[in-house]
Design a protein around this ligand. Structure first.
Ligand code: PEP
Ligand code: MG
Length: 576
């Protein structure tokens, strides 16, 4: 019988395939006591499991194909090193021998103790390492409990054409998805603007998040249909549904082929107002796609990916080489490099749960706050960006600024870095534009002050909505309240656009709202002339721009700003 389950669609499209269910988090860890005479055998059981875990990881490592992302190997090495670390394995052995605990439980107690130590750590980067402990412990416990190894971690698994079903995804999972040719994914947690969702959109496959208990209802190898538009998954679909969705797949294909014809057309409204349409980019392959869809440049390069799945943050040369290769792909198009925005939903390593160490990670030490707290790491990136600016059209963009002190500190660090490069005779663009993301309501309200000190602004609606409406962007329980059309959000957008216009500096929008074609006309009406969107959505936004007439839209946007609710604004948009 066909079962339909509902979540939040975060990446559009239809996929039909078999399910691969990752059941990492659902281990029931038994607790029982071992007789005195049996503790040596129990210890051996643990030691054997650790050695099997190592074998599994070594096998994965040797099978990594040359074309895989370069960060898979260090990710696996970290886990191998942990398996060799006495801290992880000796205390459980002592617990087995002294207290007579079973191996699984002894390991669990040590896991809890280690996680507690990590939680207490000042350094947020190190704090995220506890996710590695969870992954490694989980691997050993699966072996102790005689569970099968995770299929997607086996490089030889035949998962091409499969749909991944998981509680949540690690960055490594996302990379492995690519490696296997996974055609869609469904997670139990996460909201539409969680980093997982954004990263997965880069893979241009349909995706749903917030589908609670998905793993309970979908079994390995079940046939499933994923409808990323409607946020629905059909399990064990009947012939009629299969026929319908195959037809829809073909229609989508035709629609996108039609959009490709707009690639060369200048993004101009019917009344001849030019609009800049740039791309948001994250994974290396995004740059190529940005060019393929005719983006006017990159309005947001999220550099967090460089920091993920690895032991130490990247050094200057790695940053520099990456930026040069990106500039090379862009062949003269402008590149806006956003400095590292780790923390909250973007952990350097591991799973979303890692963020739970802080009571309110989204309000904590993230993005520029983290950079200013760790200036050495920040300088490394600034030096690389400045050096890259000698070789192309580079802009420097700072995330999460909330006050001018931070802004002045950043500008001072940029000046210091320039002076150091100058003293070393290293080339850079002395006039590199420095801009801010406006994603904290305080910054939007004071956008005029920011605009007076910076060369450009870019509205990050993902965070701006989160902070304005007090909605955790990764919490699916409250995602129904995450409302881009809330009048407060629109007013902050208008304030920012007005402030930029008054100061004579460009204001772009790079949050997901800019890429949602439902909002294109409203945003044009509010005065937005620079959109930065995921390349997959760029041509659809362009189509809307080509069909828009600004005089009508300006009046509608003014009315929207006076509306009492999102529902009213939605009605206004429908009439357009
Ligand atoms: C945003 O907040 O809108 C944004 C573009 O940044 P990120 O999604 O990377 O936080
Ligand atoms: Mg943001």
């Amino acid at each position: 019988m066909t079962l339909s389950l509902h979540g939040t669609g975060v990446s559009r499209g239809i996929a039909i395939g078999r399910a691969h269910v990752i059941e990492r988090g659902r281990l029931d860890i038994p607790e029982y006591h071992i007789d005195k005479g049996q503790t040596a055998a129990e210890t051996r059981r643990l030691v054997d499991a650790v050695s099997q875990a190592k074998q599994q990881l070594r096998a994965i490592r040797t099978h990594i194909p040359a074309a895989a992302a370069p960060d898979i190997a260090p990710f696996i090495d970290t886990h191998l090193l942990m398996l060799d670390d006495a801290v992880l394995t000796q205390e459980p052995q002592r617990l087995i021998e002294a207290a007579g605990y079973n191996a699984e439980w002894a390991l669990q107690l040590q896991r809890d103790a280690l996680v507690h130590v990590f939680d207490e750590m000042e350094d947020p980067y190190l704090r995220t390492r506890k996710n590695d402990i969870d992954h490694v412990v989980n691997r050993i416990q699966r072996i102790l409990l005689k569970q099968k190894p995770l299929r997607h971690e086996e490089p030889d698994s035949r998962l091409s054409g499969y749909v991944l079903i998981a509680d949540d995804l690690t960055p490594a999972d996302t990379v492995l998805m690519q490696h296997h040719g996974i055609v869609a994914f469904v997670t139990e947690y996460g909201g539409p603007t969680s980093h997982t969702a954004i990263l997965a959109r880069s893979l241009i496959i349909p995706a749903l998040v917030g589908l609670h208990e998905a793993g309970r209802y979908v079994r390995e190898d079940d046939r499933v249909i994923v409808d990323g538009n409607a946020g629905v998954i059909l399990v064990d679909p009947d012939e009629h549904s299969l026929r319908y969705y195959r037809q829809r797949q073909q229609q989508d294909k035709d629609y996108y082929a039609g959009l490709m014809r707009l690639k060369e057309a200048p993004a101009t409204t019917l009344d001849q107002v030019p609009v800049r349409l740039q791309a948001n980019v994250e994974l290396p392959q995004d740059f190529e796609i940005a060019r393929e869809v005719g983006a006017a440049g990159v309005g947001l390069y999220r550099t967090e990916f460089l920091y993920m799945n690895r032991e130490a943050p990247p050094q200057e040369e790695e940053h520099y080489d990456t930026y040069l290769s990106v500039l090379d792909t862009l062949a003269g198009l402008p590149l806006t490099i956003r400095t590292m925005d780790l923390g909250a939903d973007k952990q350097a390593n591991g799973r979303r749960q890692g963020a739970a160490a802080q009571a309110n990670p989204a309000l904590g030490l993230r993005a520029v706050r983290l950079c200013l707290k760790q200036p050495a790491m920040f300088r490394t990136q600034l030096r690389a960006i400045l050096r890259a600016s000698a070789h192309g059209n580079v802009r420097l963009m700072i995330p999460m600024l909330s006050n001018m002190q931070e802004t002045w500190q950043v500008l001072e660090l940029v000046d210091e870095t320039k002076a150091a490069l100058r003293a070393q005779g290293i080339d850079f663009d002395a006039d590199i534009p420095v801009g801010a993301m406006i994603e904290v309501p305080a910054a939007a309200v004071c956008a005029d002050i920011f605009a007076g000190q910076l060369d450009f602004l870019s509205i990050g609606t993902n965070d701006l909505i989160q902070y304005t409406l007090a909605i955790d962007r990764v919490d699916d329980e409250v995602s129904y309240l995450y409302e881009p059309l809330h009048p407060a959000v629109l007013r902050l957008i208008r304030m920012t656009l007005d402030a930029g216009a008054k100061a004579g500096i460009p204001v772009a929008m790079c949050g997901e709202m800019a890429g949602d074609s439902k909002f294109t006309q409203l945003l044009l009406g509010l005065g937005l002339r620079e959109f930065s969107v995921h390349p997959a959505y760029l041509l659809e936004v362009k189509k809307n721009i080509l069909e828009s007439r600004l005089d009508r839209l300006t009046a509608a946007a003014d009315a929207a700003l006076l509306a009492a609710s999102a529902v009213e604004i939605e009605k206004l948009l429908e009439e357009l």
